[in-house]
Design a protein around this ligand. Structure first.
Ligand code: TPP
Ligand code: MG
Length: 622
């Protein structure tokens, strides 16, 4: 057997560089590069391996500012590439490693592949406790990296070089399995990373991971077709799985052929153009009146590639018809079985093709399709009004969304994650392109926005990426602006400053908690946080990081600045203050946020009474 003598760190880098993914005959590089922040836990192991790779034209290394952010960037990269490619992330031990745990949870929840390589404590334990080592008196084999186990779809710790080949192969299998994918973590003890071993040369050959289009079980298709044929008011709920499977064309055909309107989840908002007569837009707690009215009366709901999040079902209230039934097309049996649905465990495209054959000759009533088109057209009038509110003295967030929608045109990508922006975008964004809508709402993680924008732009350098970030999220993690500047990666960042947490302020008010602790204010004379606004200057902050900054006040200034930002050749931040009290148009959907059952405040008691009334609408969907 031919062998190659390399350290574990060098072997990992060389192996990753040789991995490929393939679907429908097209090959991709599976791991396009590696983000990292070095410390004693990886500098001499993986760090040395990455240096040799850079000098030899191997795996590309990029320096990040924050380990959480680099995982977000890798995740956004994978999402933009429809999960066919991703990035690896290397960290030191201890805090560098645990900083990645939040990113791991986000990737796993969103079903997005990302490879995490945290350093770990000495396998030999000679230098125990090394700097940053957690000591558990009752278990010497535990390190902080065990925190990755519940948030990873695969976890291994390579205590000995001999274990590496099986760990790497298993990691690639999970990354490329559409039903299992998520964060994949290989913890690498710092001494093991530097250790040399004679590896079989075979380990480093180019390896292709074929991503299957799993066909559905014919009996499952028959059951699904029977349920759909019995429906008078069917509704499709399209999720991110439709996009990852590249099934948007199949969805359009299917909906059109059978006359079934489509509601979209956050991850599925790119599945159909906003002006398709069968596109009812966003569904659920942040839904449109069109989709939610159709949902309220739907008798059969066909979920495609959705994990049925709480927001999608408006906390199990949006599907209100007695006896409503579900059909779930999903590549993961875990998701296909939800809402007690008829499960079709398959790739979305393969399942739609099979189901279309089984439904041949059937169609919804013309009156139903006309009603769906009318509801969607009415919602578009609402959107137009929201885009042109002309709120004074500070514009409404909906007006900002309108301008970004216009300026980003057909090929821009809008990206957001937390605050009031995701809900407003879900309702109001006019989707024109499948990749144009990137809102992370599985974990809705403040701080994803700028880091995610970096990853999306790396994955799609030909597109303009418009990052929509609130002041709260900006303050939580704007660090990767520096990475964008360093790498010459151009982002357009729209910083919407409403001096605090507008979303949680509104939520707080609705649950009787009086916007407590949600705006950025000094302490007032009574010792409470109700004084003047804090003098934070986020525009100056961005400029200090090397970003080109355009400050705007009115909506006209904002439009001009955004056009300028689009034309600029470097990362540009457009700053605007908005009115936190100007919310998006309602769709009367509910979200279950439990209110204090007892309390001294009248606001709490009133909110509790409304809460108990709303709870009555909740359905088990059994
Ligand atoms: C990491 C993290 N911490 C806390 C939250 C809860 N949370 C959701 S939105 C929000 C406020 C976001 O503020 P900002 O970015 O200014 O957006 P706005 O609500 O003002 O639109 C908070 C605290 C979260 N989603 N993520
Ligand atoms: Mg804010």
């Amino acid at each position: 057997m031919t062998t190659v003598r390399l350290t574990v760190g060098q072997a990992v880098v060389r192996f990753l560089d040789a991995q490929r993914s393939e679907r429908d005959g097209t090959r991709h590089r599976l791991i396009e590069g590696c983000f990292g922040i070095f410390g004693h836990g990886n500098v001499a192991g993986l760090g040395q391996g990455l240096l040799e790779a850079e000098l030899g034209g191997g795996l590309r290394y990029m320096q990040a500012r924050n380990e959480q952010a680099m995982v977000h960037a890798a995740t956004a990269f994978a999402r933009t590439r429809n999960r066919m490619s991703t990035l690896a992330c290397t960290s030191s031990i201890g805090p560098g490693a645990t900083n990645m745990v939040t990113g791991a949870a986000l990737a796993t929840i969103n079903r997005l592949p990302v490879l995490l390589l945290p350093g770990d404590v000495f396998a030999t334990r000679v230098a125990d406790p090394v700097l940053q080592q957690l000591e558990q008196p009752n278990a010497q084999d535990v390190s902080v990296n065990d925190a990755f186990r519940p948030v990873s779809r695969f976890f291994d710790r390579v205590w000995r070089p001999e274990q590496l080949p099986s760990a790497l192969l298993a990691a690639m299998r999970v990354l490329t399995d559409p039903a299992e994918t998520g964060a994949v973590t290989l913890a690498l003890p710092q001494d093991v990373q530097a250790e040399a071993y004679d590896w079989p040369a075979e380990l480093f050959r180019e390896r292709v991971w074929h991503i299957p289009r799993t066909p559905p079980d014919p009996a499952g298709v028959a059951r699904a077709a029977e349920a759909i044929r019995s429906a008078r008011r069917p509704l499709i709920v399209a999720g991110g799985g439709v996009i990852y499977s590249e099934a948007t064309h199949a969805l359009k055909e299917f909906a059109g052929t059978f006359g079934i309107p489509v509601g979209q989840t956050q991850a599925g908002k790119g599945t159909m153009r906003f002006d398709d007569p069968l596109c009812a837009g966003a569904i659920g707690a942040t839904g449109t009146t069109a989709a939610n009215e159709l949902a309220a009366r739907a008798d059969v709901v066909i979920g495609i590639g959705t994990r049925w999040s709480d927001f999608t079902t408006a906390s199990r209230t949006v599907f209100a018809e007695t006896g409503v039934r579900f059909v779930n097309i999903n590549v993961a049996s875990f998701d296909a079985a939800k809402q007690s649905g008829v499960a079709v465990v398959a790739d979305a495209r393969a399942a739609l093709d099979a189901l279309a054959l089984a439904l041949a000759g059937w169609k919804t009533e013309p009156a139903y399709r006309a009603r769906a088109a009318e509801l969607s057209a009415r919602w578009q009038t609402t959107v137009e009004a929201a885009y042109t509110t002309r709120r004074q003295p500070r514009p409404a967030q909906a007006e900002i969304i309108g301008v970004v929608n216009e300026v980003s045109a057909d090929t821009g990508i809008v990206l957001s994650a937390a605050g009031s922006m995701p809900g407003d975008l879900h309702k109001l964004w006019r989707t024109r392109d499948v990749a144009g809508y990137h809102v992370e709402y599985g974990y809705s993680c403040m701080g994803y926005e700028i880091a995610g924008g970096l990853g999306a732009k790396l994955a799609a350098p030909d597109r303009e990426v418009f990052v929509m970030v609130g002041d709260g999220s900006y303050l939580m993690m704007a660090s990767e602006l520096v990475t964008a500047v360093q790498e010459g990666i151009k982002l357009v960042v729209v910083c919407v400053d409403n001096h605090g947490f507008a979303s949680i302020g509104n939520l707080s008010e609705s649950v009787g908690s009086q916007r407590f602790g949600t705006s950025y204010r000094y302490r007032g004379p009574d010792g409470r946080l109700n004084g003047g606004f804090l003098p934070v200057d986020l525009a100056a902050n961005a400029a200090s990081l090397g970003v080109y900054v355009l400050r705007t006040r009115t909506i006209e200034e904002f439009r001009q600045a955004l056009v300028k930002a689009r034309a600029a050749d470097r990362t540009t931040l457009v700053y605007i203050e908005t009115d936190p009290m100007a919310g998006a148009p309602p769709s009367d959907a509910w979200w279950d946020v439990p209110v204090a059952e007892v309390g001294t405040l009248a606001s709490t008691r009133d909110a509790r009474a409304s809460y108990e009334k709303a709870k009555e609408r909740q359905r088990p969907y059994l």
